[in-house]
Design a protein around this ligand. Structure first.
Ligand SMILES: O=P(O)(O)OC[C@H]1O[C@](O)(COP(=O)(O)O)[C@@H](O)[C@@H]1O
Ligand SMILES: [Mg+2]
Ligand SMILES: [Mg+2]
Length: 355
């Protein structure tokens, strides 16, 4: 992976997103289109942030009469965020647009160079409790056969990012050369570089999983979480802290900031055989961002960026974050004997099977 020089990083404390996109737009044939799309998404994010900040949260989290294509009930803010993003993007020559809130992808402009997939509002069950929610986006090249627009491998992505609407509104962005974080300066109404060339530490001391599903998990996932819980008394040989926000964007932001591992695995509940998160507009962009920051993203068996979606709203198990921990989850998926050793508390505590 190509890495930027540190010197450049240090000099860019007040660089605006506009300046950053301007520089990038001159680098490759598709870059102008990508830069235009990111700029439009940033403009939409400012509107969405204002809407969240000014509105009645109970009303914003209220249900519409609709369901999205995944069967989730749509909240008012899901629908409004989707409309704002589509309006802002409609001014650009985009070939195809897909959204969590639309059943089918839309072919917009056959002359365009890029396709965009969005999760307009991620973590929407957090709206009414005033917790961080966000917008996720993935930008792909337009293929010759447009029916394949959203069936490309994750590694084909040109850019990916997400916005968090939390105490700060932040835009996390990769244009394929590292990860930068821009924070909205409300006085000037523009995003300014807050952190550049973000790096996730290889090892971590924090894990995130919805532990209420433990009894539904497969043995490798249960073994991994048991190792985390065993802390210094288990094979991991160090203690872990635990967090679960219930908002993928917030978990990802935390991991980019101080490391950690996030798991939304498949489980035995009806409808959760491939987990909860959607490949095209959640797992793919997150995987690109996490890898660009030096971390890993996997289903437990395969690298997320190797996968291509069979259907637009396809779900996928997602394990992402610090590489050592993601690798450990993969090892457990490949080796039933290892799982059995972790599940034998006596051996685990004695360190008999420690690696
Ligand atoms: O409620 P659960 O099962 O813990 O799921 C939480 C996950 O669901 C999500 O909210 C799904 O995203 P949406 O809100 O966009 O549907 C993720 O942000 C989060 O990681
Ligand atoms: Mg989501
Ligand atoms: Mg959503």
């Amino acid at each position: 992976m190509r890495r930027r020089q540190r010197g450049w990083t240090q000099m860019t404390g007040q660089l605006s997103l506009d300046d950053h996109l301007q520089r990038y737009s001159e680098t490759a044939p598709h870059a102008l289109a990508v830069a235009g799309a990111v700029d439009a998404i940033a403009a939409a994010a400012i509107e969405i942030a204002d809407l969240i900040a000014s509105g009645d949260l109970a009303d914003a989290s209220g249900l519409t009469t609709g369901r999205n294509s995944d069967g989730d009930l749509q909240r008012n803010l899901d629908v409004q965020a989707d409309a704002i993003l589509r309006r802002c993007l409609s001014r650009l020559p985009i070939t195809a647009l897909a959204s969590e809130e639309m059943r089918e992808a839309q072919i917009v402009d056959r002359q365009g160079r890029i396709c965009i997939a969005i999760d307009p509002l991620d973590g929407s069950s957090n709206i009414d409790i005033n917790m961080t929610v966000g917008t996720i986006f993935s930008i792909l090249p337009a293929p010759d056969d447009l029916s394949l627009a959203f069936h490309q491998r994750g590694s084909a992505q040109l850019a990916a990012g997400f916005v968090t609407y939390g105490p700060q509104t932040s835009l996390v962005l990769t244009l394929g050369d590292g990860v930068d974080i821009f924070t909205l300066d409300r006085k000037s109404g523009c995003f300014r570089l807050a952190r550049s060339a973000v790096q996730i530490p290889e090892a971590c001391e924090e894990f995130a999983v919805n532990a209420s599903n433990r009894r539904h998990w497969d043995p490798p996932v249960r073994a991994f979480v048991d190792e985390c819980l065993a802390g210094v008394d288990g094979p991991a040989n160090h203690d872990f802290n635990m967090r679960w926000i219930g908002s993928l964007v917030a978990e990802a932001y935390r991991i980019l900031t101080r490391g950690g591992v996030f798991l939304y695995p498949s489980d035995a509940r009806p409808g959760y055989g491939d987990g909860r998160l959607r490949l095209t507009y959640e797992a793919h962009p997150m995987a690109m961002i996490i890898e660009q920051a030096g971390g890993s993203a996997s289903t437990g068996r395969e690298r997320i960026l190797e996968l291509s979606a069979q259907s637009l709203h396809q779900r996928v198990p997602l394990i992402m974050g610090s590489s050592n921990e993601v690798r450990r989850v993969e090892e457990l998926h490949c080796d039933p004997l290892l799982v059995a050793s972790v599940s034998a508390p006596l051996f685990a505590r004695r360190g008999f099977f420690r690696l």
